[in-house]
Write a protein that binds this ligand. Structure first.
Ligand code: ADP
Length: 330
């Protein structure tokens, strides 16, 4: 490996720039040529790449988003598209690829490596944190902190009126932002796709709390939470509010959907550190011939998960968290 490409793909997340910077600077340190690829896999197919220097990544470690832009690239799902991509990489002599993204992006990388023998390394970049083989993913800490800051403000209002506040945080398939921000703000309920909480359970605990004159109620809902898993169309905070209002007539509910503010903003210190560490080890891994793995951090050690496993498996939520939620909210 002497010429590598780096790209960001799928949803953007704070820390991607810090990872790009680490890949570029580590690569150059070891005498590699490093190419920045624009808009994920689209940039390979369209041959939109440029050689990067140490200076081209100056002053980006603190910026959210990604200077390489990101995109969903439909063509890459077909072998035809990947063939075109391989031809462009070959033309430029690029013989290693660092892909920063989520499991979809890793699936693309896995196929490219399998079909055409291009060594690929994945760096987990997603605010959802649900990837297997790592305790951290780029952007999760920043997103959770953004959610906490916003929920604290909403709680001030909830505290001043006797109302039920429902806050929706990001997480279509994973409840980690909801779990972490909910515990950190002392929410009464945390509703996540991973846990089957029914509306009846929420109602009975609300009336229980009412008896104890506990009036402030803050419910954190992950956008992918479904009160009734057999009806996947009904999900998220608005639906929870609608169902509760139907059942508890007269209850005043306010819904806030935090939305995209959770994706942006300067990465937290932790996100910058893990991005730097993973970027460095992604290049080291290519140089050592440890190919087609996702770099992760487990128990403060680097951990390398084969891409095909990283794609298939999901991070499991520790069960103690669910007890913690229940006991601390009482
Ligand atoms: P994420 O990486 O955040 O999970 P996506 O699932 O949107 O995001 O994937 C990002 C990109 O990765 C897609 O737009 C596509 O170019 C590529 N990709 C995803 N899944 C596959 C697949 N099954 N085969 C080939 N490429 C894929």
């Amino acid at each position: 490996v002497n010429k590598i490409g780096v790209l960001t793909s799928g949803g953007d997340s704070p820390g991607m720039n810090a990872a790009i910077r680490a890949v570029v600077r580590t690569g150059i340190y070891y005498g590699l040529e490093v190419f920045g690829i624009m808009r994920g896999y689209s940039g390979i197919i369209e041959d939109d790449m440029f050689q990067m220097s140490s200076r081209s990544v100056a002053n980006i470690i603190q910026r959210g988003g990604t200077i390489l832009k990101t995109a969903r690239c439909k063509e890459f799902y077909n072998e035809e598209g990947r063939k075109k991509a391989f031809a462009n990489l070959q033309k430029r002599g690029i013989n290693g690829l660092v892909v920063i993204g989520g499991d979809g992006s890793f699936t693309g990388a896995y196929k490219l490596s399998k079909e055409f023998g291009i060594p690929c390394i994945g760096i987990p970049g997603t605010i959802d944190k649900d990837l297997y083989g790592t305790d951290f993913t780029l952007g999760f800490d920043t997103a959770a902190n953004t959610a906490v800051q916003s929920i604290d403000k909403i709680r001030d209002t909830a505290d001043s009126h006797d109302r039920l506040f429902i806050v929706e945080v990001m997480g279509r398939h994973a409840g980690y932002i909801a779990l972490h921000s909910g515990i950190a703000t002392g929410a009464e309920h945390i509703l996540m796709p991973e846990v089957n909480t029914t509306i009846e359970e929420i109602i009975s605990s609300l009336s229980e709390q009412e008896k104890r004159k506990k009036l402030v109620n803050l419910v954190i809902v992950a956008e992918g939470y479904m009160p009734d898993p057999s009806n996947p169309k009904i999900k998220g905070a608005n639906e929870v509010a609608r169902l509760l209002e139907e059942r508890l007539k007269g209850l005043e509910i306010r819904v806030t959907i935090l939305g995209h503010i959770q994706r942006g903003g300067p990465p937290s210190c932790i996100d910058r550190l893990i991005a730097s560490r993973m970027g460095y080890h992604a290049v080291e891994s290519l140089l050592e011939g440890r190919y087609n793995v996702m770099v992760g951090i487990l128990n403060n050690n680097m951990h390398y998960t084969p891409l095909e496993i990283a794609i298939r498996e999901k991070q499991k939520m520790g069960e103690d968290w669910l007890d913690i939620v229940k006991i601390l909210a009482s």
